[in-house]
Design a binder for this molecule. Structure first.
Ligand code: 13P
Length: 345
C-alpha cells in the first residue's frame, strides 16, 4: 500500500471546483439509456458516446477531476487508437473503475439487496492498477420501505452491505487504489426527508464503524453518499434549503474529519436540482471536507439527449456536457446561480 499515492489521488479527486463524472454504467444500464434515444448498444456505440464525453473541453480539463469507468470502457481505445484512459489522463483527470458486480437479492429479505463482487477482487484490482485506474467505486443499495413500513431497511441489510464495502475498501487500499465508498439510500418511495435522514445516519455510522474495524485508512478514501432528500413520491417534498441543511447536519454527525472529501451521487434528481442542492450546501456552510459531485445521470442526461447517437450532433452534445460540468463545478465552489443556466448555456 502506497499511502502517499492514496492521499494524493484522493486530494486530486476533490480538487476545488472539480467533481467526478460517473460514466460506469454496466452494459445493461447503458443499454437502457441508449433505448431512450433509440440507439443500438454495441461496444462501438458505447465507446463513441464515452469518447465524445472524454474529448469535451473545457469540461474535462477544468471541471472534471476523475472519471469512473466500467470494465469494458477501461480497456477500450478511441476510434483513432488512443486508449480512453489516456484521454482522461491527458485532460488532467484521474481514471477510475467500478468494481462491484451489482446489487443482488439479499437472501431471506425480500426487496433488499447485497452488492456482490468480492471474489477475485484482489487480482482484478492489481490488473486495473496496471491499466491505469487509481480509484475504484462500489455501490451498496439501501431501500426504504413504502407506506410507512419501517422494517425496511433491515439491520441485516445495512450490516452485510457495510461489511462488504469495508472489505472492498481494504482490498483497494492494499492495491494503492482509492476506494469510493458509496452507500446509496435510494430516493424512490413515499418516505419523508426525516426518514431519509434517519436511515442515512444509521447507515453512515455503521459504515464508519466497519471501516475502522477493518483497518481502512480514512485519509485514502472518498465518500459518495446520497443527499438527505424526500422520497420521489412523498406527499410534500422538502425544498432546496432544507435538503442542504439536513444533508450537512447528517454528514457532520457521521463522517470523520479525516475523510478528504465527499462527492454526492445524483440518484434520480433532475440536473438542475442536483446542482442547486450542491450550491446551497457550499454557499451556506463551511464544512470540514470539500463537498462536490460524482454525478452520472445529472451530468449525462442533457448531452445524451442532444447527441441522440448522431455524428451531426457531436458538437452540440459536447456543448451540453460543457454546460452541465461548468454549472456543477461552480456549485462545488458555491458560485452557481440559477440564472446562469440560461445565460451561460
Ligand atoms: P447517479 O448520479 O446517476 O445516481 O449515478 C452516480 C453513480 O455512480 C451511482 O452509482
Amino acid at each position: 500500500m502506497d499511502l502517499d499515492l492514496l492521499c494524493e489521488t484522493a486530494e486530486a479527486m476533490v480538487a476545488p471546483g472539480k467533481g467526478i463524472l460517473a460514466a460506469d454504467e454496466s452494459t445493461g444500464t447503458i443499454t437502457k439509456r441508449f433505448d431512450s434515444i433509440s440507439l443500438e448498444s454495441t461496444p462501438d456505440s458505447r465507446r463513441d458516446w464515452r469518447e465524445m464525453l472524454l474529448r469535451t473541453a473545457p469540461a474535462m480539463t477544468d471541471h472534471i477531476s476523475g472519471v469512473i469507468m466500467y470494465d469494458e470502457t477501461l480497456r477500450q481505445n478511441a476510434a483513432d487508437g488512443t486508449p480512453l484512459v489516456k484521454l482522461i489522463t491527458d485532460a488532467g483527470a484521474v481514471p477510475g473503475i467500478k468494481v462491484d458486480t451489482g446489487a443482488k437479492p439479499l437472501a431471506g429479505s425480500e426487496g433488499e439487496t447485497i452488492t456482490e463482487g468480492l471474489d477475485g477482487l484482489r487480482d482484478r484490482l492489481s490488473e486495473y492498477f496496471e491499466i491505469g485506474a487509481r480509484f475504484a467505486k462500489w455501490r451498496a443499495v439501501i431501500n426504504i420501505g413504502k407506506d410507512g413500513d419501517d422494517s425496511m431497511p433491515s439491520q441485516y441489510c445495512i450490516a452485510t452491505n457495510v461489511h462488504a464495502l469495508a472489505r472492498y475498501a481494504a482490498l483497494c487500499q492494499e492495491a494503492s487504489i482509492v476506494p469510493i465508498v458509496e452507500p446509496e439510500v435510494i430516493m424512490d418511495g413515499d418516505h419523508s426527508i426525516e426518514r431519509c435522514y434517519e436511515v442515512t445516519e444509521f447507515t453512515l455510522k455503521s459504515l464508519y464503524r466497519e471501516l475502522f474495524d477493518q483497518g481502512v485508512v480514512l485519509e485514502g478514501t472518498i465518500l459518495k453518499p446520497n443527499m438527505i432528500i424526500s422520497g420521489t413520491k412523498a406527499e410534500s417534498r422538502a425544498g432546496v434549503e432544507e435538503v442542504a441543511d439536513m444533508t450537512v447536519e447528517c454528514l457532520a454527525n457521521c463522517v470523520p474529519v479525516a475523510v478528504p472529501g465527499i462527492a454526492f451521487l445524483s440518484g434520480g434528481q433532475s440536473d438542475e436540482e442536483a446542482t442547486a442542492h450542491l450550491q446551497a450546501m457550499n454557499s451556506g456552510y463551511d464544512t470540514p471536507w470539500p463537498l462536490t459531485f460524482s454525478y452520472g445521470r445529472a451530468l449525462q442526461a442533457a448531452p445524451l439527449k442532444t447527441w441522440a447517437g448522431k455524428k451531426d450532433n457531436y458538437e452540440a452534445a459536447q456543448a451540453a456536457f460543457n454546460h452541465r460540468a461548468r454549472m456543477n463545478g461552480l456549485a462545488a465552489l458555491g458560485e452557481y446561480e440559477e440564472n446562469m443556466e440560461k445565460e451561460m448555456a
